[in-house]
Design a protein around this ligand. Structure first.
Ligand code: SAM
Length: 247
């Protein structure tokens, strides 16, 4: 792990510059909230496991810039859920960007992370953010969440066939999943043909983007997956069945 020892490092300036270079315009208020979020992340990370990334420049690039790429494919009017949000990626990033204009739900199975997110929402005074402590495959059965969202987002939660079974039940007909993956998605896509078919959805677009952190370049992909039929009530199956026999 590389630590940024540059005393001149200006978090706000770097975040503003890096986002601007990607045609993402952040207001001073948003930048202030990102800084506060970063501070809370680093403080809580000493008590509970939230992220392996503790260098401020890496937090900007690998968490904030990485997740901000998603806002290009989301509108303020969309009702969004982040499944397996962890420390709030990409959910809190989206909530800061669309603050006050969007309804967003963040779901995770780990209660400690939900407690952290509760503090983030309060300290950043984020509006219209709902926290759900639960397993994706269980909450998807509940009437409050099933087929209620325009968009499901997620990053680093499970392999694509498993993720599709978790996520597709949350979206309305013609809604979409925006799934963040690394650069090696071809095999995952190949292995998901059956899941896409059973869950009546198709890959509409793959958006590829890149960023550099110190001397390393990262290639990332956002998969846009659309649902064209209502989901059969038998999906998602329970955790044991999904793990033992992925679609
Ligand atoms: N999305 C975040 C990110 O990119 O930093 C967190 C990624 S972390 C590797 C995976 C997260 O998904 C964990 O917080 C875990 O608790 C959550 N998770 C995994 N399976 C889940 C499930 N079935 N239901 C709800 N949350 C789940």
């Amino acid at each position: 792990m590389k630590i940024n020892l540059n005393k001149e490092f200006d978090f706000r300036k770097v975040l503003e510059k890096e986002s601007k270079e990607r045609n993402i315009i952040l207001t001073p208020k948003m930048i202030e909230k990102f800084e506060l979020y970063k501070d809370l992340l680093l403080t809580w990370n000493k008590k509970i496991n939230l992220t392996a990334i503790v260098d401020e420049y890496e937090i900007i690039m690998k968490h904030f810039i990485d997740c901000l790429e998603l806002v290009k494919y989301i509108g303020a009017e969309d009702k969004v859920i982040d499944v397996g949000t962890g420390a709030g990626f990409p959910g809190i990033v989206i909530a800061i960007y669309f603050d006050g204009k969007m309804n967003i739900t963040l779901l995770d199975a780990l209660n400690k992370r939900i407690q952290f997110l509760d503090e983030v929402i309060n300290k950043l005074e984020l509006e219209n953010v709902t926290l759900v402590h639960g397993r994706a495959e269980e909450s998807a059965k509940k009437i409050d969440y099933r087929e209620k969202y325009d968009i499901v987002v997620s990053r680093a939660v499970a392999s694509l066939p498993v993720l599709l079974e978790y996520e597709v039940p949350y979206i309305k007909l013609n809604g979409k999943c925006l799934i963040m993956k690394g650069d090696n998605v071809e095999t995952e896509i190949k292995n998901s043909k059956r899941a896409l078919d059973i869950l009546s959805c198709k890959i509409n677009h793959t958006f590829v983007y890149r960023y550099q952190v110190y001397d390393e370049e990262y290639t990332r992909t956002i998969l846009e997956i659309q649902k064209y039929k209502k989901t059969d009530n038998k999906y998602p199956r329970n955790n044991g069945q999904i793990k033992k026999n992925p679609l």
